[in-house]
Ligand binder design. Structure first.
Ligand code: FE2
Length: 322
């Protein structure tokens, strides 16, 4: 592993701040797959086989399991207008496909199932807002294998961020599959025809568990006047984003609860933020946000009253009075 980490260090050389990689690797849970991480008080029920088995058994007895699996394997395509101040004409109408929380290793053929449903969609650029992986530790090759199926149908540029289930050791392989991972970094996203203007697309490391997100660093090279669009795995740093001057923020992580009561009330959302920020469009001061309920599922491969989704955001200019 030490040898591999040296290769990782060389690969990421110059992209991350001083000491960043050492801290990230230290925080990645060592060996085993703890159910409770005392350092962060984080609970990982996905690492407790008996809890998953018990829940699965209860759903089977209740006759709900297969229906939940069908729900989890059927993507809905949501359409959303993302209004940005100062958007150039060349970027107006730009279509950004957001895919979140793939957890693609939840099932060996899940990547293939999702790829088939994405194949006929069209978009100009794709963003993946974290949690490629289902497990929070250990072997990530099943997640990469699943993502490989999906990467084959992702045309155009693909930008991604890491979630709390993802290892930074996955970055070289994800980038080899065509997804440029933004680790507290930003890029100038240009419009159709490469006209003037564009959008500063910033992406931060996971703010939920690893908490190594650095929004100001991701915005540091933003040219004056360019709208700032932030990718952050969880909506939790919304205040930081607003005070750093971010115009819009795309996130995931919450799964919208994944299992909701009839009427759409989530049982848990696993995010320290107002509940209205945990799914769909929201607003905080001058910051426009969208939290995707995700394409995948966690703990169990089921969903109830909370369909899996991908989101087609259409960039539109925001008027100064909005
Ligand atoms: Fe997550």
């Amino acid at each position: 592993m030490e040898h591999d980490d040296e290769a990782l260090r060389r690969y990421l050389d110059g992209r991350l701040g001083e000491g960043y990689l050492d801290t990230r690797l230290e925080r990645e849970l060592p060996g085993g797959e703890p159910v409770f991480d005392a350092a962060t008080w984080a609970f990982h029920p996905e690492n407790l086989p008996i809890a998953r088995a018990g829940l699965r058994m209860a759903l089977r007895v209740g006759g709900l399991y297969r229906r939940g699996q069908r729900n989890a394997r059927t993507l809905e395509v949501r359409h959303h207008d993302l209004a940005l101040p100062g958007l150039s004409d060349a970027m107006s109408g730009f279509r950004l496909l957001q895919i979140s929380d793939l957890h693609v290793d939840v099932d060996p053929d899940f990547g293939h199932v999702l790829a088939e449903q994405l194949r006929d969609l069209s978009w100009d650029a794709c963003v993946i807002t974290g949690d490629f992986r289902y497990r929070t530790n250990g072997d990530f090759t099943p997640a990469l294998r699943g993502f490989e199926h999906i990467s084959r149908v992702l045309h155009g540029p693909v930008y991604a961020i890491l979630g709390n289930h993802d290892s930074i050791r996955m970055v070289p392989s994800l980038e080899a599959l065509g997804a440029r991972v933004l680790v507290n970094e930003g890029i100038h996203l240009r419009g159709i025809g490469h006209g003037g203007g564009g959008v500063w697309l910033a992406g931060v490391d996971d703010p939920h568990f690893y908490r190594q997100h650095d929004i100001r660093r991701a915005l540091a090279d933003r040219p004056d006047g360019l709208p700032a669009l932030l990718l952050a795995h969880s909506p939790e740093p919304y205040r930081e984003a607003a005070s750093a001057g971010v115009d819009a923020m795309l996130c995931g992580h919450t799964h919208g609860g994944q299992i909701r009561l009839p009427g759409g009330v989530p049982l848990v959302t696993n995010a320290d933020c107002p509940r209205e920020f945990t799914s769909g469009a929201w607003r905080w001061q001058g910051l426009q946000g969208y939290t995707s309920v995700g394409a995948g599922s966690s703990v169990l491969d089921v969903r109830y009253n909370c369909p899996a989704e991908v989101v087609l955001h259409r960039l539109v200019p925001r008027s100064p009075v909005e």
